[in-house]
Design a protein around this ligand. Structure first.
Ligand SMILES: Cc1ncc(C[n+]2csc(CCOP(=O)(O)OP(=O)(O)O)c2C)c(N)n1
Ligand code: SF4
Length: 552
């Protein structure tokens, strides 16, 4: 534990007003988490930041898969680990999760996955509940900050009792809304870290994985039984005409929209407590599941033969609110709420990404883009990005287009990727470029603004600073490119050396030489902060060589 930068003050009644993210961080601290790890992504980012501010041991990983692996190592060593990411991060980490469910864990392994129904800040609205089923891991769904606190502790207890990773699935409203928390629940003590050899349960070759899969299914059956008898589910009695079944923030909307109805609020939604649900549903003339996103409860309960009213397809899209739930219960359509029309988002004035994209537009490049602030270059007035799918995709997509387009067009294809995104999942794309080189070559531009700007200025392996902004190792993108044998690797300041950048880019496109250009200039919003972090590092380290500044 490091020295806390922040203390959460309780009022005279022992209560604090916290966001869901803060409540999870506080619970992790109270549970004695050995290491928190993850990758930034709205709405989950503040969990690890708050945990670190409260004195917890937290670090950013280069991507979610690595974070999930580091977390697994902690749990194999009997430590408690908190792993955080946004929903799409689980696509990256899924390979770890599916087999970790087989291997099991010793210490508590809690994966907080933050979904974004309505896509306030995401490229899709995938539903993590499907992952819990597919991977075969238990899942808890808090509906407010108090439950976010309580369920974090409960998730560690379940994880250690059944030696299994547990998902804590939260959504934007739960993460970012503030509500009161009474943080006094007594959590079980963590185990003492230490290595215990257990080759059959830790080495997932087929001979070990076959019995492991059977063990997993047995654990899930036991957990379902526990969930029926002792799970974090509660019922509010009501009129025999209407029974509602809900979880997460949807349960809160249901309570307000139909106060006369009976409500079964589910806290653990995988494995579902089927007996409890069946007994509840049998009491009401009309039974409706209220949920955001995929018809997860609807599908599962109807497949189990529970007489549930079907949900209209339009409720799959966007967040629910009290009004939408009222319309849903009245049997009508209520379109998702659209955010109030404001000024469309744009790159900041003076953003270093602007000049890079102005050159790409001028040269009429076909731009395979990526995710970060620079994705805004796809919007007017620049409109200088042609594709964007998921983190790291720019390089592979650019290469695919180079392999396929007629030569004149192929020569105009450029991949553009941010520094955090390059280190997250762009490096393997660059390996592909060095290995399966298109006939016309390719050009990758790494727009290095020295920070993870889009999610709120987080550090990453290229900044040379850790999550708490202290000195860490530094990975240099151009050195990776050179080590891979890319013949033309150049670093520019996209603001001060714009003409040189344009000339070299033109030359690379014409010659077909494999090229990596690093456009390096700090984000203007981060500039002052980076200077202050580096100054603080230099002051603590004196004249030591490791204190040399790493950003302009
Ligand atoms: C798998 C996955 N994890 C996290 C995110 C959230 N996210 C979007 S872009 C981004 C990184 C942006 O940083 P960088 O590439 O440096 O570009 P910048 O915003 O600084 O321009 C993150 C973390 C995501 N979209 N997908
Ligand atoms: S926050 Fe930084 S990187 Fe993002 S648009 Fe503004 S200046 Fe550019």
């Amino acid at each position: 534990m490091s020295k806390p930068k922040r203390i959460i003050e309780l009022n005279p009644h022992g209560i604090a007003l916290l966001s869901g993210d803060e409540a999870i961080a506080l619970a992790a601290l109270h549970c004695g988490v050995t290491l928190g790890t993850g990758y930034p992504g709205t709405p989950s980012t503040e969990i690890l930041e708050t945990f670190a501010d409260l004195g917890g041991n937290a670090q950013w990983a280069p991507n979610e898969k690595v974070a999930a692996e580091v977390a697994l190592g902690v749990a194999f060593a009997s430590g408690r680990t908190l792993l955080t990411m946004k929903h799409v991060g689980l696509n990256v980490a899924a390979d770890v999760l599916f087999t970790a469910a087989y291997s099991g864990v010793t210490g508590g392994y809690v994966l907080v996955c933050a979904d974004d129904p309505g896509m306030a800040s995401s490229q899709n609205e995938q539903d993590t509940r499907r992952y819990a089923v597919a991977a075969g891991v238990p899942m808890l769904e808090p509906s407010d900050s108090q439950e976010a606190y309580d369920f974090t502790g409960l998730a560690f207890e379940i994880s250690e009792r059944w030696q299994i990773p547990v998902i804590l699935r939260v959504t934007t409203r739960v993460c970012h809304s503030h509500s009161s928390v009474h943080p006094h629940r007594k959590f079980t003590e963590p185990l003492k870290p230490g290595f215990v050899r257990n080759i059959p349960e830790r080495v997932m070759v087929p001979a070990h994985a076959r019995p492991a899969h059977r063990r997993l299914r047995k654990k899930l059956a036991e957990i379902e039984e526990w969930n029926v008898e002792n799970g974090p589910n509660w019922t509010i009695p009501g009129s025999e005409n209407l029974g509602l079944i809900a979880s997460g923030v949807a349960a809160m909307h249901a309570l307000e929209a139909a106060p006369e109805a009976a409500l079964l609020k589910l806290g653990m939604t995988h494995p579902l407590p089927m007996k409890l649900i069946r007994d509840f549903a049998a009491n009401y003339k009309r039974c409706v599941a209220i949920e955001e996103g995929d018809p997860y409860l609807n599908d599962a309960l109807r497949a189990a033969g529970i007489a549930l009213e079907p949900r209209l397809e339009s409720y799959r899209f966007g967040e629910l609110n009290v009004n939408r739930v009222r319309h849903l219960l009245a049997g009508g359509e209520e379109p998702q709420t659209t955010p109030p029309r404001g000024k469309p988002p744009q790159l900041c004035e003076g953003c270093p990404h602007r000049s890079t994209f102005s050159v790409l537009k001028e040269l009429d490049c076909i731009v395979a883009g990526d995710i970060g602030c620079y994705t805004l270059a796809a919007m007017p007035p620049l409109q200088a990005m042609d594709t964007q799918i998921c983190m790291g995709a720019s390089i592979g997509v650019g290469l695919g287009m180079r392999h396929t387009l007629p030569e004149e067009q192929a020569r105009r294809v450029v991949s553009v990727i941010g520094d955090s995104t390059f280190l997250h999942s762009g490096v393997t794309g660059l390996i592909e470029m060095a290995y399966n080189t298109p006939a016309t070559g390719h050009v990758v531009i790494i727009v290095d603004n020295g920070i993870t700007a889009m999610t709120g200025l987080q550090e990453h392996p290229g900044t040379g600073r850790a999550l708490d902004h202290s000195r860490a190792g530094r990975v240099v993108p151009e050195e990776i490119a050179r080590a891979l044998g890319i013949p033309n690797v150049q670093v520019f300041n996209p603001v001060k050396e714009l003409d040189r950048f344009k000339q070299e880019l033109q030359c690379a496109l014409e010659s077909g030489m494999l090229s990596v250009f690093v456009a390096r200039q700090p984000c203007i919003l981060a500039f002052g902060k980076i200077k202050a972090y580096e100054k603080a590092i230099a002051e603590t380290a004196g004249d030591c060589a490791c204190a040399q500044p790493v950003a302009e």
